[in-house]
Design a protein around this ligand. Structure first.
Ligand SMILES: Cc1cc2nc3c(=O)[nH]c(=O)nc-3n(C[C@H](O)[C@H](O)[C@H](O)COP(=O)(O)OP(=O)(O)OC[C@H]3O[C@@H](n4cnc5c(N)ncnc54)[C@H](O)[C@@H]3O)c2cc1C
Length: 224
């Protein structure tokens, strides 16, 4: 089983960390791996999407929620420590860099979305892309500053953050990402849709996107 070595880590939000490893394998943007480690005395295995596009130096990045035992274990690793990893797998991938796209990311579901969005803009810097980024609170909007900086460099990218908790000082969109689908699509049907989040969000989006004229074949998703 391949081993990946932690090279950098840092906070992303009050409940999630950013971790970068050096990996001995290549992946496609959107894929995930199964990581294994001894946690609380027994070997455990959890799936994590790689949050970065493929890089020549083998660096892979993750966005990890601290939530339970495995998430806490990962977020406490020190640089130089290793974790067992499966080879990358999964069906999420960039469908067509030439086409416009809408991206929906909720919580740590941002991981494969970030990887694919970066790959998309790398291959087509002028791409028409809209990202709906959702979280409970503004401080939980993962990679928000980075996505804003990306939009400054790519005029075709529109970033729409939305907050679902009650936060009186938040000046932007409110509610879940699904509530703003019409604003993301603006009546267009010739787009690809990428989304990742909890099963209910995924089921809801699949149905709503199909009704809005984006067929299954143009939808690419993962549920956590
Ligand atoms: C394809 C795929 C990709 C995934 N990608 C990611 C990713 O990129 N990032 C990511 O973070 N996760 C990802 N997941 C989820 C991940 O695999 C784990 O399920 C998640 O990290 C929870 O594992 P855990 O051991 O930390 O929590 P578990 O111990 O399994 O607990 C599950 C959940 O219960 C709650 N919980 C458990 N203990 C406590 C506690 N003490 N206090 C409060 N709440 C608690 C937490 O909400 C926790 O998330 C992915 C899952 C799949 C299937």
């Amino acid at each position: 089983m391949p081993r990946i070595e932690l090279i950098e880590r840092g906070p992303l939000s009050p409940s999630a960390s950013y971790l970068a490893f050096r990996a001995p394998y290549r992946h496609e943007a959107g894929q995930y791996v199964a990581l294994s480690a001894k946690v609380d005395g027994e070997v455990q295995r959890r799936y994590y999407s790689i949050a970065s596009p493929p890089r020549a130096d083998g660096r892979i990045e993750f966005c990890i929620r601290h939530g339970g035992g495995f998430g806490r274990h990962l977020s406490q690793l020190a640089p130089g420590q290793t974790v067992d990893s499966s080879r990358p797998a999964g069906n999420m991938r960039l469908l067509d860099a030439a086409r416009g796209a809408v991206y929906f990311a909720a919580g740590t579901g941002v991981s494969p979305i970030r990887a694919i969005l970066f790959a998309h803009l790398d291959r087509n810097p002028e791409a028409d892309a809209t990202l709906l980024l959702g979280a409970r609170s503004a401080s939980d909007l993962l990679f928000h500053d980075e996505f804003r900086a990306l939009a400054d460099r790519h005029p075709g990218l529109r970033v729409l953050p939305t907050v679902s908790g009650s936060e009186p000082s938040w000046p932007g969109l409110r509610g879940r990402v699904t509530a703003h689908m019409a604003e993301a699509l603006r009546g267009r049907t010739g787009l690809d849709a990428y989304f990742c989040g909890p099963p209910r969000m995924v089921a809801d989006l699949r149905e709503r996107l199909a009704r809005a004229g984006i067929p299954d074949s143009r939808q690419c998703f993962e549920r956590y």
